[in-house]
Design a protein around this ligand. Structure first.
Ligand code: NAD
Ligand code: DAU
Length: 362
């Protein structure tokens, strides 16, 4: 039995990962440590497969004593560290929480593992693994024709979010280099799919379009992201845990390069097909240019040769297929959507981020 501590497992990717592992790996017990911030919800974790191999603890990764206790009590041998503040726009309006959770939280987690795994359990230190989940944003922004980011591309983070993730990556590498902590690290591109909080582009556009609200396009909408269906990300992480080289990092991505406008157009087309009676047809008519994100990265692209050649991983979902599945999921989970819409915090975020933008003051 492998005992896995997942941090941030009540969020978007973490909850998909918990579900994926319980479904595909019969010999794994999962402890999920999550603070349940605005982005994390127990509703992301209902109807888990094999709930007998799962336990939830509400708590903060910055609480080193709590993490040490979990590591000892459950004889944790694997950590998959998702917990973070993740929304770039929030990091621009309030970077404090990003420094606290992403940098200090990762540091605190590393200190707990150093103490329990390396100092107390010297004999078992070779069988443990600290896997850190990072992002392509640490590499900065690409011009239109520049080659895709490789694992060796120098870090050049631009937003407070990206800088905090870059800092946490450096700490993880330093603990491997200095203390011999067995780590692996993955840098992934933009995820989408079920349970994504509707502050991010794809779910926000789906929900706004369903309500006939405007679809806010930052700047000229020609920014480029690489989009990966979340389940493909989960599979890649598991592949790295099983077969990745200790101390190495792996890029993960969907091998596509649409502009934001193309993504929004695709969502609108899908909704036109799936909601023929909607009064908001054609949904593209809801698009509305708004003030750009300050310091907006123009383009991300991932070179995924390393994980493909070394570990035989490739994404299974094409973009159109993944978007179709995603729109279907949101259409079928109205209760989940209504629970988020009722959150005061969510409503005040929409107000804060979009009112000034639409009026051109941001
Ligand atoms: P999310 O915002 O949906 O969820 C984050 C989770 O972390 C939430 O459940 C929240 O409650 C929890 N959390 C926050 N602070 C905490 C703390 N101090 N202690 C314990 N739990 C805490 O995030 P996501 O989109 O699922 O991203 C997960 C990870 O993947 C992050 O590290 C992010 O940087 C990385 N990542 C995300 C993407 C993406 O497109 N979403 C792409 C690449 C990498
Ligand atoms: O690249 C990986 C990163 O992807 C992750 O590390 C982050 O945690 C995740 O939030 C995501 O960051 P982005 O900033 O790329 O994602 P977001 O969904 O916020 O925005 C995607 C693009 O869409 C970006 O160019 C900004 C634009 N956008 C976003 C919103 C919310 C709009 O044009 N309008 C919007 O309302």
């Amino acid at each position: 039995m492998r005992n896995v501590l997942v941090t941030g497992g009540a969020g978007f990717i973490g909850s998909n990962f918990v579900r994926y592992v319980l479904r595909t790996q019969p010999d794994v017990f999962i402890v999920n440590l999550d603070l349940l911030t605005y982005a994390g919800s127990p509703e992301n974790l209902i109807d888990l497969p094999s709930p007998d191999r799962y336990e939830f603890t509400k708590g903060d990764i910055c609480n080193q004593a709590l993490v040490e206790d979990i590591l000892r009590r459950h004889a944790i041998d694997t950590i998959v560290h998702f917990a973070a503040e993740t929304h770039v726009d929030r990091s621009i309006l309030g970077p404090n929480a990003f420094v606290q959770t992403n940098i200090f939280g990762t540091f605190s987690l590393l200190e707990a593992t150093r103490k329990v795994w390396l100092d107390e359990n010297k004999a078992d230190a070779k069988t443990v693994r600290f896997h850190h989940i990072s992002t392509d944003e640490v590499f900065g922004s690409l011009t239109a024709d520049a080659p895709a980011f490789k694992e060796t591309t120098p870090y050049s983070p631009n937003s407070p979010y990206a800088a905090s993730k870059a800092s946490s990556d450096h700490l993880v590498r330093a603990y491997s280099h200095t203390y011999g902590l067995p780590i692996t690290l993955t840098n992934c591109s933009n995820n989408y799919g079920p349970y994504q909080f509707p502050e991010k582009l794809i779910p926000l556009m789906i929900l706004n379009a369903l309500d006939g609200k405007s679809l806010p396009i930052y700047g000229d909408g020609k920014q480029i992201r690489d989009w990966l269906y979340v389940e493909d990300h989960c599979e890649a992480i598991w592949r790295v845990l099983e077969h990745g080289q200790i101390g190495e990092s792996y890029n993960i991505g969907g091998n596509n390069q649409p502009t934001n406008l193309e993504i929004v157009d695709s969502i609108c087309e899908i909704l036109d097909e799936l909601q023929p009676g909607s009064p908001y047809q054609p949904h593209v008519g809801l698009k509305k240019p708004v003030a750009d994100r300050p310091g907006h990265d123009r383009r991300y692209a991932m070179n995924t040769d390393k994980i493909e050649l070394e570990l035989g991983w490739q994404p299974k979902h094409g973009l159109r297929e993944g978007l179709l599945k995603t729109v279907h999921w949101y259409l079928e989970h109205n209760d989940w959507i209504q629970a988020i819409r009722k959150q005061k915090e969510y409503q005040s975020w929409l107000e804060k981020n979009y009112t000034e933008r639409v009026e051109g003051r941001q």
